[in-house]
Design a protein around this ligand. Structure first.
Ligand code: MSP
Length: 636
């Protein structure tokens, strides 16, 4: 059985978990689940990095001892991951005694190899980065990350003879193009390796820092936090004799962002080489999430908290957005407007409607069973089948790259194709005329959904399992693997097919859709299911009779009219009815309005409510009371 080992960075406990941490961890989770789907044996590691200056300063600022402080913040990370459906196998802390023992064992090994020496050193030290900088690395004399001038520090320390491995590393990267990927980061490391590599200072005198792992050969010093932290990737596998290490090393893949490319792309392979351990297989490097044109930071107050997003919009919408929006390797903007637009379009409209209309049709036409009769296929069926079957291979190639946005785009091409297929084959018409043909069409829809839901599982495990439950399929990753997704005509996999509540309710929080903007349903097509709501929920809607006082076109808008409505008080309502009514015909007409809808601005006009209208192939018509009613009359 092939094996797969995936890691996230171990996060510093000097800050609470935010969007950036969530992204890297979700990426690792998606990959872990993808490899589970391939039937592989996997190990997924995440954890916290708890030593060093930075942590001591954060603990001081919080008025806590370092030990209490790291326990508290590390627990925040540990508690968060299950809420994001992270499927990690182990959570490591660098304060774990087992980790400390492995760090000391590696230090001893590297020293025995003659790769550690003691020397007096004077250098430019950045406290933020906890490392020395060369003049060449500074920008205008300042640390490029912290924009602060480094301090000159003179001290005696232990050094790792990294320079010895420069040629080996360059050669290794050149011979293994996927060692560091995407390519821009491989090139960045190669260009760095063109200059002579300096040895790495790997100790800190205890007089300056006590919070660290003591050097096994000199207890006046603690280990430099990066030398300690990187070793987590093997200490978690119980290096050197543990089963984990034997099974999962070197099939290791690390996920990091570009900020920590150098320790992972240079220090870590050199450390492994010196200790006589094979290098990891791939370093996968992603860009930053950018907010308001800058990096997230506490001081700017633009930190996005993962649980806020999950509470507001749902976990799978959050996971989907992150994976679909970011091109792996490049920076991406994060905005709530972008989030809502994408989730509504891709999840509520394309995927949610597809599942809902498909399940509704199978129930209406085949009593919730896979069709028992099928007619001959037509080219339109064969095209869908070929595309859906080819999807597994395309998706797999993108996942291995990794290019998550492309994998999802490939899935959505098929989702959109099925939606079009339903519109074009119009099963609700076939239901009246040709049952054999209806069976063929419904079977093609179900087979495609089986493949699509399986491939969505790594990204949106909960929703994929809901779709699978609705289709009566076994669950992916556990009972359903990639090879089950590959064939066609898998009637035996389906049991009772059920309708269910909307998978992804439309997010209406900031954007209101005027009545006419919703697509009219195709004639006779069963309507998609909406979630059942309680009477209390219904009672929250304040419906009123209103009289239109004035109506005018909103310039530059094809659909919108601005109305003034008396609904027991005057208010402005923007309505998407311009294509169906002339403004001069409206004053004096009565309407029914949703009076307590949160105001929304449409084309620069604030709308304080929404009018009810019905639309079908005969056009759109506003709804009004059968007899005139006093403006403001409540509708029950
Ligand atoms: N402790 C080290 C890593 C040691 S690994 C042996 C560290 N920790 S960190 O808490 O600062 O986490 C850095 C990582 O968090 C990045 O590499 C990235 O994975 C994630 N992100 C933090 N901010 C981010 C963004 N704004 N955008 C995307 N990911 C970011 O460095």
């Amino acid at each position: 059985m092939s094996t797969f080992y995936i890691t996230t960075p171990i996060y510093y406990v000097n800050a609470e978990p935010h969007l950036g941490h969530a992204y890297s961890t979700i990426v690792a989770d998606v990959l872990n689940r993808f490899h589970l789907l391939r039937g592989e044996k996997t190990f997924f590691l995440t954890g916290t990095d708890e030593h060093g200056d930075k942590i001591v300063k954060a603990a001081e600022a919080a008025g806590e001892s370092p030990a209490d402080y790291v326990d508290r913040i590390s627990a925040m990370f540990r508690r968060l991951w299950p809420k994001l459906n992270i499927s990690h196998s182990h959570f490591i802390r660098t304060t774990d005694p087992a980790h400390k023992a492995v760090v000391q064992a590696i230090l001893t090994r590297v020293k025995d190899r003659g790769d550690i020496y003691f020397s007096e050193y004077e250098g430019l030290y950045c406290y933020g980065c906890e490392r020395f900088y060369t003049e060449r690395e500074l920008v205008d004399g300042k640390c490029p990350d912290h924009q602060t001038p480094p301090e000159v520090i003179r001290e005696a320390n232990y050094f790792f003879r990294m320079s010895r491995y420069q040629d080996w590393l360059r050669d290794h990267i050149e011979r293994n193009p996927g060692f560091i990927r995407p390519e821009r980061y491989r090139n960045e490391v190669l260009s760095f390796l063109k200059e002579p590599l300096e040895d790495l200072c790997i100790s800190r005198p205890k007089s300056r820092l006590e919070w660290g792992i003591p050097l096994p050969f000199d207890d006046r010093f603690v280990t430099y936090v990066w030398f300690d932290a990187l070793i987590n990737y093997i200490s978690a596998l119980d290096y050197p004799d543990g089963e984990g290490f034997k099974t999962f090393w070197p099939a290791a893949q690390h996920i990091i962002a570009k900020d920590i490319l150098k320790p992972h792309g240079i220090y870590w392979p050199c450390m492994l080489k010196s200790a006589g351990i094979e290098p990891y297989r791939h370093l996968n490097v992603h860009g930053y999430w950018i907010i308001d044109k800058g990096k997230m930071s506490k001081s700017l107050g633009n930190v996005v908290k993962p649980l806020d997003m999950v509470d507001r919009y749902g976990l799978d919408a959050f996971r989907y957005f992150l994976m679909r929006e970011m091109v792996f390797g490049l920076d991406s903007d994060f905005s709530e407007e972008g989030f809502i637009a994408r989730v509504n379009a891709d999840l509520a409209n394309d995927l949610g409607n597809l599942v809902s209309r498909s399940a509704t049709m199978v129930n209406k036409f085949f009593d919730g069973r896979y069709p028992d009769t099928q007619g001959p296929t037509l080219p339109i069926d064969d095209t869908l089948k070929a595309h859906a079957l080819g999807l597994v291979g395309r998706y797999t190639a993108y996942m291995l790259e990794p290019a998550f946005h492309k994998a999802l785009m490939a899935v959505w091409e098929v989702i959109n194709q099925v939606n079009k297929y339903i519109d074009e084959t119009a099963p609700w018409v076939l239901a009246k005329s040709d049952r054999g043909r209806l069976g063929t069409v419904i079977a093609h829809i179900l087979e495609t959904l089986r493949i699509v839901s399986g491939l969505l599982w790594p990204f949106m495990p909960e929703s994929a399992e809901k779709i699978q439950a609705q289709l009566g399929l076994p669950r992916s990753g556990r009972d359903l693997t990639l090879s089950d997704l590959e064939g066609w005509d898998k009637k035996g996999l389906f049991s009772a097919i059920r309708t269910g509540p909307a998978l992804f309710p439309r997010i209406e929080a900031r954007k209101q859709t005027p009545a006419a903007a919703s697509k009219p349903a195709k004639k006779d097509e069963p309507l998609p299911e909406k979630p059942v709501i309680s009477y209390e929920d219904f009672e929250k809607v304040d419906l009123r009779v209103g009289t239109i006082l004035t109506a005018e076109a909103i310039p530059k808008s094809k659909k919108l009219l601005k109305l003034t409505v008396d609904a027991g008080g005057e208010r402005t309502v923007v309505a998407g009815i311009k294509e169906h009514y002339s403004p001069e015909d409206l004053p004096g007409k009565q309407v029914l309005i949703v009076a307590n809808l949160a105001p929304a601005t449409l084309m620069g006009v604030e709308s304080q409510g929404m009018i009810l209208a019905a639309s079908d192939e005969n056009g759109l018509h506003i709804l009004l009371p059968e007899r005139p009613k006093k403006p403001g009359t409540r509708v029950k």
